[in-house]
Design a protein around this ligand. Structure first.
Ligand SMILES: *Cc1c(COP(=O)(O)O)cnc(C)c1O
Length: 428
């Protein structure tokens, strides 16, 4: 059989890039097979190098709330590129992006732009340690905050998929400064504070878990984290890298009415270009150099192309009814899929918050990591490929989120629901 162009490229890639990919989950190890190499995206669609077309729910793992190659974003980036791609000096557009974000999130008085969500979370922890003078942090099993050393401790996402609870190369002494609590279990956090009353600098949490599949916060969970951290002199960090400008314009903190001390962002705020940010209360942010003693820097931070894409994206998202539309599209999709699931022989359930969702091969409800882990990943892999063959692209792992964008039409969604029905009858 003749090899597809994607198969050829994947073989070539494996000779020069570890596993042939620049981020492990792209390798399809969790679902097997060869990843299509993508050549083009437009609106809700992507095309691979062999000319196959897919309705895309990966959305570049979250950034593409407007869909692919939105004309306003593309034009803004083209114009910015013609004026020079990097200066390493202040530019007007980075001020505009910071102003838009601070206006959207009342808990963020000021912020620093970086290049990825990883960098944002890594720095937020350093900032919390600098501010409190304490060494330890608390994270939740199954939450993912990027690949900084101290955060690859019982990490979710790729680490869950590959069955590696911690990464090689992380010193045990450093990992020991990270305490791991159970998501949606505030009592497990209170126990850690009881054990280390004066040592915990911060609790970092995905206010809606997205990296173990979508798991919403239990009622009162985020409020409890707010009061426990406050009572113990620790900071609360919301990792809104996925949820920022996704579950609501003001992020999960506006949806659930809980204000953190520090917020980390990424994904949507770069509109598909590499941007991250951390921001928060003014007295905390005054620790950051050059104002204060906590060092952090970046050659390409506030890069004019990247921040221009972010500004254009966030301004588009300000249009009236954008979030109503995202909600309506995503609920049309997940209601349709839930109806198909309920008639299938395979136990399955679906979680959704705003326009992020995950279908679990698990009878549900899925509200904790241990419930997530009961999902049937073999069936997920077969379902994934059955959908791909029918022109629907979802995350190549059970433990990830899917995303609707403003570019998904009702027709796209209805076609997807039919494909889900066909895919399920193939895998049952
Ligand atoms: C994607 C993600 C990150 C890491 O962001 P990168 O840009 O991939 O480094 C951190 N936290 C959460 C919640 C994420 O979803």
């Amino acid at each position: 059989m003749q090899q597809s162009r994607s198969q050829q490229l994947f073989e070539q890639a494996q000779r020069v890039i570890p596993g042939g990919v620049n981020s492990p989950v792209r390798s399809f190890r969790a679902v097997e097979g060869t990843p299509p190499f993508l050549a083009r995206g437009q609106g809700s669609r992507v095309w691979d190098v062999d000319g196959n077309e897919y309705i895309d729910y990966l959305g570049s793992w979250g950034p593409l709330a407007l869909g692919h190659a939105h004309p306003v974003v593309v034009e803004a980036v083209q114009r910015a590129a013609a004026d020079g791609t990097s200066f390493g000096a202040p530019v007007e557009q980075e001020v505009e992006l910071a102003e838009i974000i601070c206006a959207a999130l009342p808990s963020v008085d000021s912020l620093r732009l970086v290049n990825s969500g990883t960098e944002a979370c890594m720095t937020a922890l350093r900032l919390a340690r600098a501010y409190t003078g304490r060494p330890k942090i608390v994270k939740f099993a199954g939450n993912y905050h990027g690949h900084a050393d101290g955060l690859l401790v019982a990490a979710g996402s790729g680490a869950l998929t590959h069955g590696v609870p911690t990464s090689a190369g992380v010193p045990e002494s450093y990992a020991a400064e990270t305490l791991v609590a159970a998501y949606n279990d505030a009592e497990s956090v209170a126990e850690l504070f009881a054990a280390w009353p004066n040592d915990i600098a911060a609790v970092i949490v995905e206010p809606v878990a997205g990296n173990m599949g979508v798991v919403p916060p239990a009622s009162g969970f985020l409020n409890s984290l707010r009061s426990i951290t406050e009572a113990n002199g620790a900071l609360l960090i919301f990792d809104e890298v996925i949820t920022g400008f996704r579950v609501a314009y003001g992020g999960a903190q506006s949806l659930f009415g809980v204000a953190p001390d520090i917020t980390t962002m990424g994904k949507i705020i770069g509109g598909g270009l590499p941007v991250g940010a951390y921001g928060g209360r003014r007295d905390v942010m005054e620790m950051v150099a050059p104002l204060g003693p906590m060092y952090q820097a970046g050659t390409l931070s506030g890069n004019p192309l990247a921040v221009t894409a972010g500004v254009a994206t966030l301004k588009e998202l300000q249009r009236p009814e954008t979030y109503e539309r995202l909600e309506a599209s995503a609920s049309r999709l997940t209601d349709g899929i839930a109806a198909v699931f309920s008639q299938a022989e395979i136990p399955a359930s679906i979680n959704r918050v705003g326009s992020m969702f995950t279908g679990f091969f698990n009878p549900g409800p899925v509200a904790t990591l241990s419930e997530v882990e009961k999902s049937d990943t073999t069936t997920y892999g077969r379902y994934f490929h059955a959908l791909l063959e029918r022109g629907v692209y979802i995350a190549p792992s059970q433990f990830e989120a899917g995303f609707a964008s403003v570019a998904h039409t009702d027709a796209d969604i209805d076609r997807t629901i039919v494909a889900v029905g066909d895919a399920l009858s193939q895998v049952s």
